[in-house]
Each structure stands twice: as C-alpha cells, then as structure tokens.
Design a protein around this ligand. Structure first.
Ligand code: ATP
Length: 887
C-alpha cells in the first residue's frame, strides 16, 4: 500500500529520480508495459451496429412491410426496388452519421485535460493518457489529478474528492504523512491524490503509482458508460415533430386508402398509394442532416478558436442577449507592465524609484519574493500580474531566482480571488519576514503601521486617506493597483490568520493592461446585434470603469457597482436594478452566481466567462458557460459549454455569429425538406380526392426524398454566413421553428410544388394521348403508356422543382440576385447533380424499367423546366412585396 510507505521508499520502488523525472525512453517503455492512462469506456458503436441503427426506424419498418407484401403479391421487382432504396438510404445515413460522430469525437479530444510532468529534467505538458507509473506529476489549483499519486510535496494542497468519495468538502493533503493502518479509507489517505479528483487550492507534486483501470476510480468504474451526446433543443423538437408526422402519415394513409376503396379502386393500387403517402409525409433524411450540419458548424467554430463542449450550446449561442465577460485577459491583453509607484510619500513613474530609499527597496524586494512567477530574458512563466512585478525588479537588478536563494521562502499562503491577497514567509538572516501583496483596500484592512523612510509609524486615518487618494488616481487611469506590506516574525509558520494581520504597509504599484484592440469593434457589433456586454472584474471600480469607457461598454458611472455594494442588495433589489448595470467591480467568483441568477430572472439568455476553480458554479448557472483555454483551469473547462482557445472576447462574438448562422442554416434545411414533403402529400392527396390515377409511385417519392433532395439540403446547411445576421435581434428560444412567417411559407411552397407536379401529370397525359379532354387522367380513361408518361412528367417535375426550390430557401426576404447565384457553390453543384441523376434514371434502360418511366423528349423537358421554375418565380415576387413592406 503506497500510503503506508515513506516518500523515499515509493520513489525507490518506482525507480525514478525526483529531480530528473523519468527519461523519455523509460516513459515510452512503461507506456507500452502499463498501457494508456485512461478508463475503459464502452466501445464506440461499430460500423455494423451503426448500419443496423439506421434500419431501426418506424419508416423503414413500413417500407420493409411494403416490400414483403409486394413480394407475396408477386410484384417482385417492386419489392427489390424498395429493398435497394432502403439499402442506399441506410448507407448514405451511415456515412453521414459516421462522419458526424468522428467530428464530434475529435472535438471531445480537443478539450480533454493535460498533465504537467517532469521528464528528462524538464517540465512538460503532456496528454493525460501518456502519464505512466513513476512519472513525477505537478499539481496546482484547478487541475485534475490525472492518475493515482503518492504525494511527495504539498503546499496548502486541498483536493476535492467528491467524484470518488462523494464528500464535497475538499481534503487537506500532506505529503509527509505515513499512514500505518492498511485499511485506511480513501478519504483519509491524506498523502495520496486520486484520478478524476481535482485540486482546489495550493500546489503539490506526486509520483504516479497507478494509472488507467488500476486506479481507485478505475476499480470502481470498471466500465464507464459513454455519456450520450446530448441532443440540442432543436433535435429534441425534431424527434417530437417526426413522431407527430409519423402519426399524421398513418392517419392520412388510412383515410386515403379508405377513400380509394370507396371509389372502387383496386386494393393493390390503393395499398401502394397509401404507402407512397406515408413515405411522402415522413421526412426521412432530416435527423441525419441536422446532425451533420451541426457537426460541420462546430468544426468551423474550432477554426475560429471556439471549442463547443456541449452540442446544445450551438443553438443557445444564437439566442444569447447578454455576455458577461471577465476583464483581465479577455477584454484586455493580459500584458501587464508596471508604470507607477507610491512609497514613502513619493508618487511617480516607476523609473523614478530610488533603490537607496529603504521603503522603495523593500517595495521591490517584497513584490519579487512574494511572487510565484519566473522571469528571465528568454522566458517568463506564471500570472502576467506577477511577471510584470519580476520585470520591474529586474530593471533594478533584483532577480528573483538569485534573490530567493539569499532569502528562501519557508512558507506561503497562495493568492485567491476572494481575499485578493497573497503572502510568503522569507528568511532574512536570523529572522523571518512576512510579505503580503494584493488589492490595496483589502490590504489596508490588515495593516496597522506604515513604513516611512526606514521607520515604522502607526497607520493613521490621514495616511490611509493619502494612500487611497493615490489608489484612486492610478485606477482612474485604468491601472491595476497592488499594495505591499510586511512584518517580522520569529518562527516561520503558515497560519493565515496570524500571518495576514498587524502588517506594516510599504507602498503601491500601478500596472497597465491595454485593452485588446479588436474588442471595441466586437462590443459595437454586439450592440447592433441586440447583445449587452457586461464586465465582471476583481479590479478596482475606477480601473474597471476606465477600461469599460475605453471599450464602449458604458460611460455612465451609475452603471458601475462594486462587490461590497452588491452584498448590500437583496436578491429582489438586484433583479430590479440589474438591467441598468454594466460593470461589476471588486467582485469575487461567488458574486458571479448571484449576477447570473438575477439576469436569468429577467428572462435573459446569459453567456458567462470564467477561468478559476471558483468560477465553476457560475459557468454552470449561465446558459452558456465559457472557459478560457489558455489561462483556464481544468475545473472551469469541465464546467463549461464552450472553451475559447485564444481567451479573447471577440471570439465569443464570432461564436455567437456562427451559432446564429448554424441555426439559420439548419432551419433552411429543415424547412426545405418539409416543404418538399408537403408538396408530395398535396400531390397525392388531391389526385386521390379527385379520383385521378396515382401520379407518383412509392419509388419515385423515395428516390426524391432520399437521394435528390439530400444534397441540396446538406448544401443549405453549409450556406456561407449572412453578413447581416448580426444586425438582427437575438432569437427568442421559445419561438417555434415555424414562427415569423416560416410556417406560412412552408405550406405555400408545398402547395406550389404540389400544384406544378399535378399540372405536369395532367399535361403529360394530354400530350401523350393527344386528347382534347381536359383531364384525361381518370383510371378509367387512361392507357398504361399514357399513365407512365404522365407519371414520368410528374416525377421529373417533382424532383426538378424541389431542386430549384432549394434556391428560395437561401434567404427568407432577399432575392437570389441579392444573395448571389453562385455564392453557395455546393448548392449549385447539388442542383446540377440532382438533375443529372434524374436524367440518368429516365434514360438508362435498366433504371427506366425499375422506375417505370419513359425517356422524356425535348418538348417534355421544356415543359418540365417551365413548370419547375414556377416556385422560384413566385417566391421572388412574394419577396419583393415582403421587402417593400419591411422598408
Ligand atoms: P478579472 O476578474 O478582470 O479577470 P482577475 O480575475 O485577474 O481580473 P483577480 O485575480 O480577482 O481579478 O484580481 C483582483 C485584484 O487582486 C487585483 O486588482 C489585484 O489588486 C489583486 N491581485 C491580482 N493578482 C494578484 C496576485 N498574483 N497577488 C496578489 N494580488 C493580486
């Protein structure tokens, strides 16, 4: 048992050197010996399983039934055709779904946590799956523990083990403990850290003792259920819609069947017509097309630096009307530079610091020692606030590594954004100095003296006012202000309550962090798009307001509120005020949840950014939680719906734009397919009602729905983004897909397609028979050949008019001339390809037989073309009226 052994024993057992870590070679060998560090999940579905899943559909059952009955009734060719179409449909569906699944799988990999290990003496970030037993793993707050570790170093390390033990209070860890009892429960093994738990505070180092399924969580999990890819609200609505359509189809089919029988039509013919109707009413291709359009959209977003972790987020993005953003690093560049200082009554540019003044010198020393970053000419690591301080120290020849060797750190209390303070204890000859740095308002509360010209004097109200005066002056210039304080202690300890009290104030520094250049434009774009931007920051109210003003978030000071003021408001008061607030300053992560709740209470759809462990609750509470990819912790990423790989506010805005476009494109595909289906229903419904011969065979409808329509529907899904999409207001998520005239257009277009198809049927029969009879299409007076010719005309017009109708879907109000004929090349290619396939069906003799059609003459084709462009012409005219009405 690793927890009963000493650190040295563990290190020896695992044959690793803690300074060097494993060698790359050794790690490679261990990886092949112990396997990848991951939990076995249920295998992804195999191709065969995916194939059978395609067949598991009510609509397919109907078709299989039809094929079977046809076979029994001796219509073998019909049975075979239906079977072939089912097969083609399954294969197309399979390919689409497989690609979509692969794309989503690749996406998941993009956002899986990485681990920091020591190898060949260097500190590396590697994929967690490559961690092997014996690896030296470094942990800091917010990071997931990649495997089971025996800790060998801990500094205030606390770990949330709720995933393993259910205990939600983080456990204090201690690397120095050696536990005696062999059956110590997991929760009490304080010198261990376990896979899938995460550090909430402090830092530590551990040796990997078990990986993959050998870990404690692996033993419990054995086989983790792969969580189902979540369906988006639209997908859920579609599933509902499909059910309704299924029942409707059944109802209409039975009704038509009965009408036909009453009319005295042959049973066999009516049976097939009923099946045609059922096929016409069910949009078979829809779910697959929606999935693939979503997957492609999500891949496009990756290129724009936004990784979607939860699929429903794509849709919600389009409805977002408030973006709450952290300031530092998201709205600003996070490139901090110290520009001003205040110490010992001197206030000015940092260059005028005087190293011979004891207060100035101590200010520099404290800020360099009370610091976790590293800085050298070649590289810097750590928090930009801290590297800026080291850069300032270096200018005055105080280099952290060398200086810390002289004054080693013996204890520390890490920074956290609730206290907004950090402290270290450093050895100065025979005594120990506590250094605390942080937000001046918080720091002054724990000071009772000030350091003036080498002397320690009591901190009077006058001195405090003077200091706050300087804080205000710097923060009004958009500077982030940090204060430093110190005290002497005799024995080093890490007790926060005793360290951060009775301190002596040393001085202040102010650093600039310029706004990101592109953010101002993005905020303007948001305004146009009906989206409010709210800034949330741990910084001082003045600093926050100055930056907010610069970025165009607000220039009204009454729209700024601080955490302290926020605390005084009740929930109701906050809700009533929230519409008028744009900047929340000096807030801690806990406030963020309060803010999200108030915004949501006012029916807003809220996106919220976050990076720290404590941000997880607010990320979960928001409609869209957005984690930072670079500075964000694993915990924040784990709680988020979307991760920004460049930490940039502008990326959120492009993601919203992309989200709106994806939704619109999916809507175009859906409405296109549904209007085509309605066209087919109308064709059959009226033909039967009028007592005509059946204008379309089941195979015709199947062909159009499953083959020729699929390509335009997919191409509509990849429509290039509409540049005006960010001039519209956010979409109300409660509005139905068919709101705002979409439903009417759906029915009208369906009616148009039905009308031209029926017209083609009539003309086909008339032309063939050369009759003067207006409607030569009653079963009683139509020859088999004339019927075949009429059906061919109906079939080709149905298919071609639908292909051309896809152009109508490109924009609800803009003319195709405004949108541009060739701006969606895929669509044009799909239409041409569809017409080509249609031509093949009617010209290749074998297929002609199978589909029961004639080859059309040029004259027939000219009629087909004339009829097929009718929906396009009508839509163009209607759109002119709509545009005039709107303008
Ligand atoms: P934002 O919320 O705008 O993204 P932030 O998350 O960086 O900013 P915090 O980290 O909470 O905000 O910082 C708030 C305040 O805490 C700063 O104004 C500064 O005074 C202080 N502070 C920031 N970093 C440190 C640090 N490393 N050590 C001590 N104090 C710090």
């Amino acid at each position: 048992m690793w927890f009963t052994k000493s650190k040295d024993e563990v290190i020896k057992d695992l044959q690793v050197n803690t300074i060097q870590g494993l060698s790359t070679q050794e790690a490679k060998e261990r990886l092949s010996r112990y396997g990848e560090n991951k939990l076995a999940t249920q295998k992804n579905r195999s191709l065969l399983q995916l194939f059978f899943a395609q067949l598991n559909d009510a609509m397919i059952y109907v078709l299989l039934g039809a094929a079977l009955i046809s076979a029994i009734l001796g219509e073998l060719s019909d049975a075979i055709i239906i079977a072939v179409v089912i097969l083609i449909n399954a294969v197309v569906g399979l390919i689409q779904e497989y690609r979509a699944e692969q794309a989503l799988e690749a996406l998941k990999k993009l956002s899986t946590p990485k681990s920091i290990v020591k190898r060949d003496g260097k500190i590396l970030e590697i994929p967690s799956e490559e961690v092997v037993p014996g690896d030296i793993v470094i942990i800091d707050a917010g990071r997931y523990i990649p495997c089971d570790l025996r800790l060998i170093e801990t500094v205030n390390l606390q770990i949330d083990e709720s995933a393993l033990t259910g205990e939600s209070v983080p456990v204090d860890k201690n690397a120095d403990l050696i536990l005696e009892t062999l059956d110590t429960p997991l929760g009490d093994q304080k010198n261990m850290a376990f896979m899938s738990t995460f550090a909430t505070y402090g830092r530590g180092v551990g040796v990997a003792v078990a990986t993959g399924m050998k870990t404690e969580i692996g033993k419990i999990a054995k086989m983790l259920e792969e969580t189902d890819t979540e369906q988006t609200p639209l997908q859920k609505k579609l599933t509902e819609l499909s059910k309704i359509l299924g029942f409707a189809a059944l109802g209409i089919s039975i009704a038509m069947f009965l009408v036909g029988i009453i009319q005295g039509r042959p049973l066999f013919e009516m049976f097939f017509t009923a099946i045609s109707l059922a096929v016409a009413a069910i949009p078979e291709g829809l779910p697959a097309i929606v999935t693939i359009v979503l997957a492609m959209g999500v891949q496009r977003m990756v290129k724009k630096h936004a990784i979607i972790r939860k699929l429903p987020a794509v849709e919600t993005l389009g409805s977002v009307n408030i973006i709450c953003s952290d300031k530092t690093g998201t709205l600003t560049q996070n490139k901090m530079t110290v520009v001003k200082f205040y110490a010992d009554n001197a206030f000015g540019d940092v260059d005028s610091l005087n190293i011979n003044n004891p207060a100035h010198k101590l200010l520099l020393e404290s800020l360099v020692l009370c610091n976790d970053a590293t800085y050298s000419q070649e590289s810097k690591t750590g928090d930009p606030t801290e590297t800026a301080l080291l850069e300032m120290g270096a200018k005055f020849n105080i280099f952290k590594t060398a200086f810390e060797e002289q004054h080693p750190r013996v204890n520390e209390v890490p920074f956290d954004s609730d206290r907004k303070l950090m402290s270290t204890v450093n050895k100065y000859d025979n005594e120990y100095l506590v250094f605390t740095k942080g937000a001046p308002d918080n720091l002054l509360k724990i000071c009772n003296n000030a350091f003036v010209n080498g002397e320690i004097v009591p901190l009077t109200q006058e001195i405090i006012d003077n200091i706050m005066d300087k804080v205000n002056s710097m923060s009004q210039d958009a500077l982030r202000v940090l204060g430093a304080a110190f005290k002497k202690i005799d024995t080093p300890h890490g007790d926060i309550d005793k360290l951060e009290t009775d301190l002596t104030f040393i001085g202040l520094i102010g650093m600039i962090d310029p706004p990101r250049l592109e953010v101002k434009d993005s905020i303007f774009l948001c305004k146009q798009a009906g989206i409010k931007t709210i800034m949330i920051t741990g910084d001082h109210k003045n600093t926050a307001f100055a930056i907010a003003k610069e970025l165009g978030i607000t220039d009204d000071p009454s729209q700024v509120i601080s955490g302290v003021e926020l605390d005084k408001l009740t929930e109701e008061e906050l809700i009533s005020k929230i519409d008028n607030l744009r900047v929340f300053a000096r807030v801690s992560p806990e406030h963020k949840v309060k803010i999200v709740r108030a915004l949501k209470a006012k029916d807003n759809i809220v996106a919220m950014t976050g990076d720290g462990v404590n941000d997880a609750p607010s990320l979960k509470a928001a409609d869209i939680g957005i984690a930072m990819g670079i500075t964000g912790t694993d915990v924040a990423k784990g709680a988020s719906d979307m991760v920004l790989t460049d930490d940039n506010f502008s990326t959120i805005v492009s993601a919203v734009e992309e989200g709106r476009n994806i939704y619109n494109n999916i809507k175009k595909s859906i409405v296109f397919l549904l209007s085509c289906n309605i066209g087919e229903i109308i064709t059959l419904f009226f033909a039967i009602l009028f007592g005509w011969a059946t204008p379309l065979k089941p195979i015709h409808i199947l062909w159009v729905n499953l083959i020729t329509d699929t390509f335009p529907a997919l191409s509509l899904g990849v429509e290039p983004g509409d540049k005006d999409v960010m001039k519209e207001k956010p979409r109300n998520p409660n509005h139905s897909l068919f709101a705002g005239g979409t439903g009417v257009s759906l029915i009208l277009n369906g009616a148009l397609i039905g009308l031209v198809t029926l017209t083609a049927f009539v003309i086909g029969a008339r032309v063939y028979t050369g009759t003067t009879n207006l409607f030569p299409i009653f079963p009683a007076n139509i020859s088999d050949d004339a019927l075949t010719h009429a059906q061919t005309m109906a079939f080709v017009v149905l298919s071609v008019s639908q292909l051309i109708h896809s152009l109508n879907m490109r924009h609800p109000t803009k003319s195709i001339f405004q949108v541009g004929w060739f701006t969606n090349k895929y669509l044009i290619a799909s239409i041409l390809f569809g017409i080509f396939l249609q031509e093949i069906v009617i010209t290749v003799p074998f297929l002609r037989n199978v589909f029961g059609v004639f080859d059309l003459r040029l004259y027939d084709w000219s009629i087909v073309v004339l009829l097929s462009i009718v929906p396009l012409v009508v839509n163009e005219i209607v759109k002119i009226f709509i545009r005039h009405k709107v303008s």
